[in-house]
Design a protein around this ligand. Structure first.
Ligand SMILES: [Zn+2]
Length: 384
């Protein structure tokens, strides 16, 4: 399938006098989105028994989902949106399948996964107290992978669903991307599995193993920023990681969801500049103090926000944030007015890659109406 007529050169900034012939989703996790698309969807569950019920339906039907070794994979709950406001545990999952099929259920964020007893046993951690694993990519790497044919077919279907929504390009912002993920995306693009223009960010652990920033891996796929994912309480690592990436010739994209991490990131940006001709990025920028707006503008960094979160996480924000904090949430207009370049992404699979939803949410900020933007500005958030 040829899509050349719709493709843009990855280096083109896409600003053809405001004319937009397709959208760019500036922050997605494509492989996770593919995996989510072939998992049991538990995102609609309102409570823990609801999650269990989704999975037991799959169990009874002998659901395969392309996972080898008989594993059942679920995806999409959010503890903050469940009535019990907690993660399901191994005991909850064991009510579906204690001894039989291994089961792994991924949190919507991708940072937490819950395993039943059979799964913990297969991974050699049967003694784990509750089966809730936080960022244990070391253990989850041992879960049998989707077979390649299933993965290819799911990737092709997802790419086409996105194309139908006029998504012509995306940035994959996965902090674990390395040579394997870059090769896979290049093959998918060459084989017509993925039809969008793609920029693949890379993990800081892999800077020495991947081609330089901006290198085309094939016509439509190129090497993107180094993605930094500071763990809570480890913000002291931001500055050395930023400097290291810059020294290696890469601009950085830093995961920022709180004001402290934002400040540490801005301090690091003030001490180290990205390679000439490139721009650092601040991902999410969920909370941003008024005085930090100017500092972002001075840094020259781009900000990539997630307008759909204003809709999908509204109840969570209302519950977890004070009224003052909600005034600092997902700024758009104030950043633009300060001269900051702002773009938008869905963070798929965290929220659906849906340009229409991102645009409508950016036009109607539910907490701070002054942060809303008009249609043409909102559309521009989804251009290169
Ligand atoms: Zn993300």
């Amino acid at each position: 399938m040829s899509t050349n007529g719709r493709r843009r050169d990855g280096d083109d900034d896409g600003s053809v006098d405001g004319y937009v012939d397709g959208y760019v989703d500036h922050h997605v996790h494509f492989l996770s989105s593919v995996a989510a698309s072939v998992s049991v969807d538990v995102s609609g569950a309102r409570n823990v028994p609801g999650v269990v019920e989704c999975l037991s339906g799959a169990h009874v039907k002998g659901w395969r989902g392309g996972v080898s070794g008989g594993w059942i994979r679920g995806w999409g709950y959010d503890d903050a949106l469940l009535d019990e406001a907690r993660h399901p545990t191994r005991d909850d999952l064991d009510r579906v399948s204690a001894k039989g099929r291994p089961m792994v259920v991924h949190h919507r964020s991708g940072h937490v996964a819950v395993l039943n007893t059979a799964a913990l046993r297969e991974l050699g951690v049967e003694e784990h107290p509750d089966g809730i694993l936080y960022d244990r990519h070391d253990l989850l790497g041992r879960v049998p992978r989707l077979d390649q044919a299933t993965l290819d077919a799911a990737a092709a279907a997802l790419s086409r669903r996105w194309a139908a929504k006029r998504i012509d390009g995306f940035v994959d912002a996965t902090h674990t991307n390395g040579p394997g993920e870059l090769d896979l995306m290049a093959r998918w693009s060459r084989d017509g599995v993925v039809v969008q223009v793609v920029k693949m960010m890379v993990g800081s652990a892999h800077v020495d193993e991947v081609p330089p920033f901006g290198t085309p891996l094939c016509g439509a796929v190129s090497v993107g920023h180094v993605k930094l994912m500071p763990l809570p309480g480890r913000t002291d690592e931001v500055e050395p990681e930023v400097t290291k990436a810059h020294d290696a010739g890469f601009p950085v994209a830093v995961h920022v969801v709180d004001v402290e991490t934002l400040q540490v990131t801005l301090d690091a940006f003030s001490k180290s500049a990205p390679p000439a001709g490139s721009t650092d990025r601040i991902e999410h920028n969920a909370l941003c103090l008024p005085e930090q707006v100017e500092a972002i503008a001075r840094s020259g960094a781009r900000v990539v926000v997630n307008p759909s979160f204003l809709h999908g996480r509204r109840a969570k924000y209302e519950r977890e944030l004070s009224e003052i904090e909600r005034n600092w949430l997902i700024r758009i207009r104030s950043l633009l007015d300060a001269g900051v370049e702002v773009r938008a992404g869905s963070d798929s699979p965290v929220s659906e890659a849906n340009p229409a939803e991102m645009i409508s949410c950016a036009m109607a900020h539910p907490f701070v109406p002054e942060e809303s933007v008009d249609l043409s500005t909102a559309t521009r958030l989804l251009s290169w």
